[in-house]
Design a protein around this ligand. Structure first.
Ligand SMILES: [Zn+2]
Length: 208
């Protein structure tokens, strides 16, 4: 659910980190519905909603609000802003009249984040995945970019959403970038990359 703390603004869950329960804006079910539709609209099927998306992934916020209201009459622009600002994964950003997903696109976009400067990046794979990745490289079947983590701990954590005990693959980001593979910093923890051939990949030994 989304609530509003008078002191700290929008947040997810029962209480703001300051302890204030605040005021409820949207229950769990509607938060999930709205989140799924916004993700779909900005990452996967803007066309289906009649939305124009530019090459950097930006969509007009008023147009998105209108498109969403045709499905969910209870939604409005303020709720969209609340959804974005309270998102624990910082999946979206709003700039003036425009909104975009920061990552996770399956539609063809060319994102324009700063170039990655972290020399080694990490990916947490399942056991079956790991063997294949080391053979054919790291690529996403469904998304425009591959997501990497800036630390092996973070990659492990992300990997646990897919498998019980992730296997950590280290990416020689510096070499890959020197060879022309684009890698961009989305946040302190997330870097997105074009497909990465196996020569830049190494298994990190478990529990070193
Ligand atoms: Zn608060």
């Amino acid at each position: 659910m989304i609530r509003r703390c008078p002191e700290h603004g929008f947040f997810r869950g029962e209480v703001c980190p300051c302890g204030e329960p605040g005021q409820i804006l949207l229950d769990d079910e509607r938060t999930e519905k709205l989140g799924r539709l916004v993700a779909g609209a900005l990452r996967h099927f803007p066309d289906d909603l009649g939305l124009a998306i530019d090459s950097r992934g930006w969509v007009d916020l008023d147009s998105l609000t209108k498109a969403i209201r045709t499905r969910y009459h209870w939604a409005d622009k303020d709720l969209l802003i609340a959804l974005v600002q309270s998102d624990p994964k910082k999946r979206y950003e709003i700039e003036e009249r425009y909104i975009r997903a920061r990552y996770g696109h399956s539609v063809d976009v060319d994102l324009d984040y700063p170039m990655n400067t972290v020399p080694a990046l990490y990916y947490g794979a399942s056991e079956e995945e790991a063997g294949r990745i080391l053979e054919v490289g790291l690529k996403s079947a469904s998304q425009r970019y591959v997501h990497l983590s800036t630390t092996s701990e973070k990659a492990w954590f992300v990997g646990t959403f897919r498998t019980k005990i992730p296997i950590i693959i280290e990416v020689d980001a510096q070499a890959a970038q020197n060879d022309g593979i684009t890698m961009m910093t989305v946040s302190e923890e997330i870097v997105i990359s074009e497909n990465i051939p196996p020569i830049y990949l190494n298994l990190v030994s478990a529990e070193g």
